[in-house]
Each structure stands twice: as C-alpha cells, then as structure tokens.
Design a protein around this ligand. Structure first.
Ligand SMILES: Nc1ncnc2c1ncn2[C@@H]1O[C@H](COP(=O)(O)OP(=O)(O)OP(=O)(O)O)[C@@H](O)[C@H]1O
Length: 317
C-alpha cells in the first residue's frame, strides 16, 4: 500500500549554492508518528517546507494522499497542517477566532462543533474567549496546534514542537501528540531532543548533510545499533579483576561487588555465556545480572559520526 506521503529522489539546492537536500526518498504510512532527527542545518526544515509547499524543490517529487505537491498543490495542501517553530499569533485575537480564521483560509465553511472538539482535546476550551496575548507559552503552542488542525488535516507537521520549553511543558506536548495519534492523524516531527523521538515516534529518520541516512522503526534501530551493558552483581566483593579475566573489557565498580561488561548486540557472539562460565571457573559466584540498552542518543551520535566520515571521504574523492 502506498504511503500517505511519498517522497522520491527529492533534492534542494538554494540560490546561494547550499545543497540542503540530496536525493531523499521515503514513504510515510498513514497514522504513524515519524521523528526526523539531525543536527543543525541537516535539512529537516527544508524537507518539511517542501512538503508543505513553502519551498520549491530542485529535483524529485512529493505526493500527499496521491496528490503531487506541485501540480496538484491545492489538494495536497488541504491534507496538511503545519505547526511552525516560531510562535506567531495575533495578540488581540481570541483563541476561538484564531482557529476559526485559519479554517476559513483553507476555504472550509464554519464548523464550530469541530473547533470545540479540537479546543477541548487541547485543553483550550476554557480559554476560547481569552486573547492570545493573555496565554502562557504552553497554551500558545497548543493554539498553534489547534490552528494547524482547524481544517481537519490528515497529516500534521510539528517543527521542533518543544524547542526551548521546560520539561513539564514538553511532557504535556507529548500527551497532546499521543491524543492526536489516537485520532488517526499522521504526525511528522523534527526534534533535537532524542528523548522526544524515543518517547513518541514509531519510526525515526536520521538526516545529516541533506541525506537521509536511514529511516527505521524505533525499536529496530535501537536493537540494531544499540550496545548493551551487562551488570553482574557478585556474592562477594573482589579487590581486583582476576588476571584470568584480564583483557575482556570488564570494569569493576568501586564497591567490588559489580562487574560491568559492554557488548554489541549485533555481534554473532556477545561473549556473555563464556564470561559467566569463566567467572564460575574462578569460583566467583553471581548473585544477579541485569542489562541496559544504550540510549537513542548514543545510537544517533554513532550514526551521525559515521555519516560525517563518509561525506568527508566523498568530498576528498
Ligand atoms: N532560504 C535559504 N537560503 C539559503 N540557504 C538555506 C535557506 N534555508 C536553509 N538554508 C541552508 O540549508 C541547509 C539546511 O537547512 P535547514 O534549515 O533545512 O536545516 P535543519 O535541519 O532544519 O536545521 P535546524 O535544526 O538548525 O533547524 C543549511 O545549510 C541552511 O543554512
């Protein structure tokens, strides 16, 4: 089944010569939440802006719900809502009017019942008659979402939805997004916060230097690239790692009771079974073992580092 968004060989070179996107292709499925991760200047906003019709690509095609964003832009745009990074609201306008007005911009007739539903789902109904200048930062962000949802888009773009907001507000936004997922809206978000991608996304796309390095289900990505740490709790404290176990990359905690062993989940053999056997052979008894998966942050840094090395090699060639 074709995705709700189909991106094929998309490229963008800006007037000044900056190549912001190179040959990006991906399909986005209906109802999924996809997070686009990448360092500053990677090309995330350019990609979103092209899909939303704000930037013209130099090559490739994008279809939204089967509609080409260039030749059939009106139908494509109607399916999309965009929550921009910057908060720009008319300060003296009420929340209700702001959202109504946006609906009108899309040529949609008045539908106060739907707007009520949107405002209630974003916990803004009580504030419907407040002027936007009277709202807190978190409420203003929610108004931006309400505006983006005003014409019932199938796809919502959130460009760095929680940039510069505090932890409590970030969590509140995550709940809002989770609610929209339940309503079946497809969500594409860009973020610098790996925790955010880890928390919310079904799939993660990593962009660096305008190239899509990969796009994979989050769990697969973390399993594939992740390292794990095995912590072995010992019955009796050790003074030092026995010489028979030297050179195996083991670390002894200060309390002498915990051994740490880092291993690659992709390796054919992790060495865990052998390690536990060798400990037993040394007369060291194990009380408990636990493993910890490396965070997405570590996965991301290793990917982007590899990407940097590859593009440096391409530049040199
Ligand atoms: N209007 C423009 N004219 C010229 N160059 C641009 C323009 N917009 C973006 N660029 C350049 O294109 C590249 C990609 O920028 P883009 O804003 O898409 O990255 P980003 O991944 O969204 O970055 P950030 O995380 O900082 O928002 C950068 O080198 C940027 O300087």
């Amino acid at each position: 089944m074709a995705g709700i968004i189909q991106i094929d060989n998309l490229s963008k070179q800006y007037g000044g010569g900056t190549r912001a996107l190179s040959d990006v292709s991906m399909d986005i499925e209906e109802g999924e939440i996809i997070a686009l991760l990448g360092p500053n200047g990677a090309g995330k906003t350019t990609l979103i802006s092209i899909i939303c019709g704000l930037v013209v690509p130099t090559g490739g095609t994008v279809r939204v719900g089967g509609h080409d964003i260039r030749t059939d832009w009106r139908a494509a745009r109607r399916m999309i809502g965009l929550v921009p990074q910057e908060i720009a609201l008319e300060p003296f306008e009420t929340v209700m009017n702001c959202v109504r007005f946006t609906r009108g911009l899309y040529g949609e007739g008045r539908d106060d019942a739907y707007i009520e539903q949107v405002l209630r789902s974003l916990a803004l109904w009580d504030k419907r008659d407040a002027m936007t200048k009277e709202l807190s930062g978190g409420m203003k962000r929610r108004v931006l979402i309400a505006k983006a949802l005003a014409h019932r888009p199938k796809v919502l773009f959130l460009d760095e939805p929680t940039a510069g907001v505090d932890v409590a507000l970030r969590r509140e936004m995550w709940q809002v997004v989770e609610g929209m997922r339940k309503d079946g809206v497809t969500i594409i978000l860009t973020t610098h916060y790996l925790e955010e991608a880890e928390e919310m996304a079904d799939r993660i796309g990593v962009i660096n230097h305008g190239r899509l390095l990969l796009v994979k289900p989050k769990d697969e990505l973390m399993g594939e690239f992740g390292r794990k740490t095995l912590t072995i709790e010992l019955d009796t404290a050790l003074d030092a790692i026995p010489s028979a176990l030297a050179g195996r990359g083991l670390e002894l905690a200060q309390d002498g009771r915990h051994l740490r062993y880092d291993y690659d989940t992709r390796a054919d053999r992790t060495g865990i079974a052998r390690l536990l056997g060798d400990l037993a052979a040394q007369g060291i008894t194990v009380r408990d073992v636990s493993t910890k998966q490396s965070s997405l942050e570590e996965v991301f840094i290793s990917l982007v580092d590899d990407g940097d090395k590859n593009s440096a090699a391409e530049d040199a060639a």
